[in-house]
Design a protein around this ligand. Structure first.
Ligand SMILES: [Zn+2]
Ligand SMILES: [Zn+2]
Length: 99
């Protein structure tokens, strides 16, 4: 089975570790899991107006400086962190989960 190639860094990427950019329709690295460290070559956020997930690769983000919005007048797209990271706490790996 063929994997994809990231449009941003030109490296191979698995489907589950990537997403399709909404603007250029190409695959890019997007780590959608909390429990693994992986590359991100783009972002995902929630478009509040459409209540839909928006995906954009770094190429397209760099192009416009900010994610192009279908509602250009609305600059209030709030980016939500997909993987909230505790800012000040030391990095620890947990192998046990609480019920
Ligand atoms: Zn990449
Ligand atoms: Zn793109």
């Amino acid at each position: 089975m063929q994997g994809f190639r990231c449009v941003v860094c030109d490296e191979p990427v698995e489907e589950r570790m990537s997403a399709a950019c909404n603007w250029c329709d190409q695959r890019y690295h997007l780590n959608q899991r909390n429990d693994v460290d992986a590359k991100d070559c783009g972002q995902v956020w929630v478009d509040e107006q459409y209540m839909a997930l928006q995906f954009a690769c770094d190429n397209c983000l760099a192009d416009g400086g900010s994610p192009p919005s279908r509602a250009d007048s609305d600059r209030s797209i709030r980016r939500i962190p997909v993987r909230p990271r505790p800012a000040a706490s030391p990095r620890r790996r947990r192998y046990t989960r609480r019920p």
